[in-house]
Ligand binder design. Structure first.
Ligand SMILES: *Cc1c(COP(=O)(O)O)cnc(C)c1O
Length: 370
């Protein structure tokens, strides 16, 4: 029976292609066409499709235990928390199922820790579609139909320290920043701006959170983007790349951050699911020096051939016409890319992508980009 597609709520502008299988940086469609995947599920499938390590870990856990309530402990969940704490240099993890939920947890943690309501986020930011995360998303078009949103959110301009100083005050609980704005057009935060954000947070007793849902887990060439930026935030959110495609989100709270959430304050039924966290442990283990060196080398290869901005393998290029047309032209050439804003084409291939695959993508992109 052929599905009609009429039964799916039309929240996405989907391309007319159905994928049935993945392998590394390649996807196979139902009609047998093979596509080079420079979307990777929007920076999700960081190790490439069917990477053997998370695949084996998830399979083994599927055969052992699928779920228990967070009223109890499981081994994969505690192991993942340990691994992330090690990478961070001392932190505690709360696990959920998505990026938006990780941001919600960050906002609640900051409100509880400070007793204040305020959040300062940035224009052009993206933090998710749930009402709290949407309230901190600096894109009016995504917000307008859903007001009134959560009160207490103010916006500053990226890399404009004066506007951040003006926005942060005695009511501020949280300063929320993406190290590289992903959905908002692939715009990197300058180290000096982030240092100013950290100083303002310290001065006003607010918490600084880096939303690393898109930049984390090796995407920019280090496990966390903040490692290259000279600033240690109190809070970090992770999600997209953390389990190579299984649903997960995480809030990391630095051991140096003020205490916030206590038993009973926050929860997620599925958060920390054993199968998902078993896969995530394998992902974290696979993000080693060799993989991070590949991220930097492939990034340099792309930047040498194309007019891109961003960091690591989260790159953006301006299009002459609408980005959607460039995305469609790439699809016609069997290359998957995404847009990030109206005139930005975004490249977020698997971190395992090879030099040869990058060369193939470059030859297509050179036709499509100005
Ligand atoms: C994708 C994204 C989110 C939202 O993640 P979901 O899993 O879609 O809820 C939040 N923050 C950033 C920076 C993102 O890129």
């Amino acid at each position: 029976m052929l599905a009609t597609r009429d039964t799916v709520l039309a929240t996405y502008a989907r391309a007319d292609v159905t994928f049935v299988e993945g392998d590394g940086a390649w996807l196979t469609a139902a009609d047998g066409t093979r596509y080079l995947d420079f979307a990777a599920g929007i920076a999700v499938v960081g190790l490439g499709h069917r990477h053997p390590e998370p695949l084996a870990a998830a399979h083994a856990q599927l055969d052992r235990l699928w779920h228990v309530s967070n009223l109890y402990w499981t081994e994969p969940m505690t192991r993942l928390a340990d691994l992330l704490s090690d990478r961070f240099g001392g932190a505690r993890a709360f696990f959920c199922n998505s990026g938006a939920e990780a941001v919600e947890a960050a906002i609640k943690h900051a409100r509880k820790a400070t007793g204040r309501p305020g959040v300062v986020a940035l224009e052009g930011s993206f933090h998710g579609r749930t009402l709290g995360a949407l309230s901190a998303t600096g894109q009016p078009a995504k917000r307008a139909a859903f007001e009134p949103l959560v009160p207490g959110v103010g916006f500053a301009r990226l890399n404009d320290t004066a506007s951040l100083e003006a926005a942060v005050g005695p009511d501020t609980a949280l300063i929320l920043v993406e190290p590289v704005q992903g959905e908002g057009g692939v715009h990197a935060a300058a180290p000096g701006f982030l240092a100013a954000a950290a100083e303002l947070a310290a001065e006003h007793g607010a918490l600084l959170c880096f939303d690393e849902v898109q930049t984390g887990v090796g995407r920019t060439g280090s496990f966390f983007a903040f490692e290259q930026l000279g600033v240690r935030p109190h809070l970090v959110t992770l999600a997209k790349g953390l389990a190579n495609g299984l649903p997960i989100g995480a809030l990391l709270v630095s051991d140096h951050a003020p205490a916030g959430l206590a038993p009973g304050d926050h929860a997620s039924t599925f958060g920390g699911n054993p199968v998902v966290t078993a896969a995530a442990c394998a992902v974290v283990g696979a993000v080693d020096d060799e993989l991070l060196a590949n991220v930097r080398a492939r990034s340099a290869q792309l930047a040498a051939a194309l007019p891109v901005r961003g960091a690591g393998l989260l790159l953006g290029a301006e299009t002459v016409g609408p980005a959607s047309e460039a995305v469609a032209a790439c699809l016609d050439a069997d290359l998957l890319v995404t847009s990030a804003g109206p005139t930005t084409l975004r490249l977020s291939p698997p971190l395992t992508v090879t030099a040869e695959e990058v060369a193939q993508a470059i030859s297509i992109l050179q036709e499509v980009l100005p």
